[in-house]
Design a protein around this ligand. Structure first.
Ligand code: HEM
Length: 224
């Protein structure tokens, strides 16, 4: 099979979705680890953000791969969904959804909501255009004050709520995605699949707890 034929085949598309999804999964874990530094105080988080800025060429390469992964992941998922729908134009007489989980059935929806969230999140924290009052904060050492930016944002209940909803959908998406990629790459079998499903659900739940612990701690006044 030619390389281009492979990529456009159904299994080729699934592999593109699995590999890009795996990279995005890695980013979500790495980003969480960095964000959890908020519990170590302003200096820890601000100096981490400063170090990332100092590693500019490396960060820009990672950003490029990240953006390419997002584009390929979404585009290939849309193509595969259209292809699958076209393969059964009449639709199932009785929709066989009983055995599939909510996460599996809502992958496209949760994926599109996550995309909308990422656009909002970048406008919020990276380009800092949605909330001008947090756009130019600096700490006593003259560094960008990421700590205060996050705290002042999450003190607003509606911002914390938006993040909470988006991160819940993200973890539903990850729970199904993580259990499917091993299957797509052919690295599991019927016997190991239930175990992988449980491990994926547990890891996704831990990721959710890690992320939502930040707005919740700010709202409760634990991080201020
Ligand atoms: C409590 C939750 C979160 C917090 C506090 C947070 C915090 C931040 C901050 C402060 C930045 C800007 C860094 C800077 O420019 O100095 C950022 C960038 C970013 N965040 Fe988050 N984030 C959270 C959740 C998420 C989630 C769930 C995702 C993915 C679905 C995500 C994806 C990104 C991306 C793609 C960037 C841009 C990275 C870059 O500029 O290279 N974040 N985040």
């Amino acid at each position: 099979m030619l390389q281009s034929e492979f990529i456009t085949s159904s299994i080729g598309k699934k592999i593109v979705i699995a590999v890009t999804g795996l990279f995005l999964f890695g980013f979500v874990i790495g980003h969480l680890a960095g964000n959890l530094l908020i519990f170590a105080g302003p200096d820890a988080l601000n100096s981490y953000a400063r170090k990332l800025r100092d590693l500019a060429p490396l960060v820009w390469s990672a950003r490029f791969v990240l953006l390419a992964s997002v584009v390929f992941h979404i585009w290939t998922s849309i193509l595969l969904t259209i292809e699958n729908r076209a393969a059964r134009p009449i639709g199932y007489e009785v929709r066989k959804t009983i055995q599939t989980s909510i996460a599996a059935r809502t992958m496209m929806l949760s994926g599109l909501v996550i995309l909308a969230f990422i656009i909002y999140h970048l406008l919020h924290f990276t380009f800092r255009v949605t909330h001008p009052e947090i756009s130019h904060l600096t700490d006593s050492l003259g560094r960008h004050d990421v700590y205060s930016m996050v705290v002042l944002s999450f003190q607003k209940v509606y911002i914390s709520a938006v993040y909470g909803i988006a991160m819940t959908l993200l973890c539903l998406h990850l729970a199904h995605g993580a259990s499917s990629w091993l299957q797509t790459l052919g690295w599991n079998n019927e016997r190991t699949q239930p175990l992988f499903v449980r491990i994926s659900a547990a890891v996704s739940l831990l990721i959710l707890i890690g992320y939502v612990s930040i707005p919740i701690s700010v709202l409760c006044g634990v991080v201020k």
